[in-house]
Design a protein around this ligand. Structure first.
Ligand SMILES: Nc1ncnc2c1ncn2[C@@H]1O[C@H](COP(=O)(O)OP(=O)(O)OP(=O)(O)O)[C@@H](O)[C@H]1O
Ligand SMILES: [Mg+2]
Length: 367
């Protein structure tokens, strides 16, 4: 695979404030990369740097192995010369123009005219399923249609790279889920390298080949969605990517090289977890257990199970989330499907699937 876009130690400061801090990324040709992080963490700024709408303070950016930004060497390629298609949260569709004219705009700027122009606009509209709407005024379109027009406009000039900045966040949930599937399908079909920004983890997990998790201007972890879910390298990633139980525990003993670690909590939980790092008796660590990696059943007094008290039941569509008291602290368990109603206050037995509890690497001790 060849490299489509590379950021090397990119930093962007606005006065004394550093919005993007030492970001390095390598994006392969054909990849769908999602940048995920909370509001203000620098996602849009990173996109604007790639697009050439901002100039980095330090570092360099290359697209198709050509340096497009490198302030140290005085290199800056203007946005219109970077071959990039962009779709933003606000549709940025011109209301006074027809669908055709909106999509034709990037080609007109590039001095494409006549039959060639018509053919290419038609093709881009076919890709997004709007070929029959080309004469309509943009104001007459629904939100989902407007976002498709924006997508067709991003595709029409045959970009080498597509950038999406929260393109679906103005749409209602149903439409968002529908367009998300279409978008992924379109990307598969065209093979276009895409960078997609969102703060919605469900969107990130569904769309991404790889997710880049950002916090406060920095990249915290990069990996496939399943990797980030199973092996977060920081508490921030675990919290952002899932709704895992995360709590502090004290190391009792450890077996290396397997990494099997016996732990306890102050409230009286005793359990084993996996750790990638060497730990010592008495070390305080943070542990993650996904609520879907647990089993909850009727109490029968056997010693293999943990005895817990049911505190709360919440139905969540296709699953049920139970909060139980385990070792004097709340702990969540998710059970898929419809289950029989459980009475709050009831005694239950809890089992954590072997191998599913993990010690989260500590800040500064991260590999
Ligand atoms: N032109 C600017 N001048 C000064 N500060 C800026 C500028 N652009 C962005 N910032 C600051 O940089 C930080 C990162 O902004 P950015 O828009 O990249 O965040 P984001 O991750 O896209 O957030 P959101 O999810 O809310 O869109 C913010 O604190 C923002 O206020
Ligand atoms: Mg933003």
């Amino acid at each position: 695979m060849s490299l489509k876009c590379e950021l090397k130690s990119v930093r962007k400061a606005f006065g004394a404030f550093v919005a993007v801090d030492d970001v390095s990324l390598r994006i392969e040709d054909g990849e769908f990369v999602v940048i995920l992080g909370p509001s203000g963490c620098g996602k849009t700024t990173t996109m604007r740097l790639i697009a050439g709408l901002e100039n980095p303070t330090d570092g360099s950016i290359a697209i198709d192995n050509r340096i497009v930004s490198d302030p140290g060497r005085g290199v800056f390629v203007r946005p219109e010369r970077r071959d990039i298609g962009m779709v933003f949260q606000s549709y940025a569709i011109w209301p006074h123009m027809t669908v055709f004219e909106n999509v034709a705009y990037p080609l007109r700027v590039r001095r494409v005219r006549g039959a060639d122009l018509s053919r290419r606009v038609q093709q881009a509209l076919e890709v997004v399923g709007l070929e029959k709407e080309l004469k309509r005024s943009a104001t007459a379109l629904s939100g989902g249609q407007m976002q498709r027009v924006a997508l067709a406009r991003a595709l029409v000039a045959n970009p080498t790279l597509l950038l999406f900045d929260e393109p679906l966040s103005n749409l209602d949930l149903k439409l968002r889920e529908h367009l998300r599937i279409e978008l992924k399908e379109l990307q598969r079909r065209t093979g276009l390298t895409s960078i997609y920004v969102t703060h919605d983890q469900a969107e990130a997990v569904e769309l991404a080949d790889r997710i880049v998790v950002m916090d406060a201007g920095r990249v915290v972890q990069v990996g496939r969605p399943a990797e980030l879910y199973a092996r977060p390298n920081a508490k921030f990633v675990a919290e952002f990517i899932s709704s895992a139980n995360i709590f502090e525990a004290i190391v009792v003993s450890q077996q290396m090289p397997q990494g099997d670690t016996e732990l306890k909590t102050e409230g009286g939980r005793a359990f084993s977890a996996h750790s990638d790092e060497i730990l010592h008796e008495g070390d305080r660590v943070e542990v993650m257990i996904h609520p879907e990696d647990c089993i909850l059943d009727e109490s029968d007094g056997s010693r293999d199970w943990l005895h817990v008290e049911l505190l709360q039941t919440r139905y969540q569509g296709t699953s049920t989330r139970y909060t139980v008291r385990w070792g004097n602290a709340p702990f969540d368990v998710i059970v898929q499907g419809t289950t029989s109603e459980l009475t709050e206050g009831a005694e239950k037995r809890l089992r954590v699937r072997p191998g599913s509890a993990r010690v989260i690497p500590q800040e500064g001790r991260r590999p």
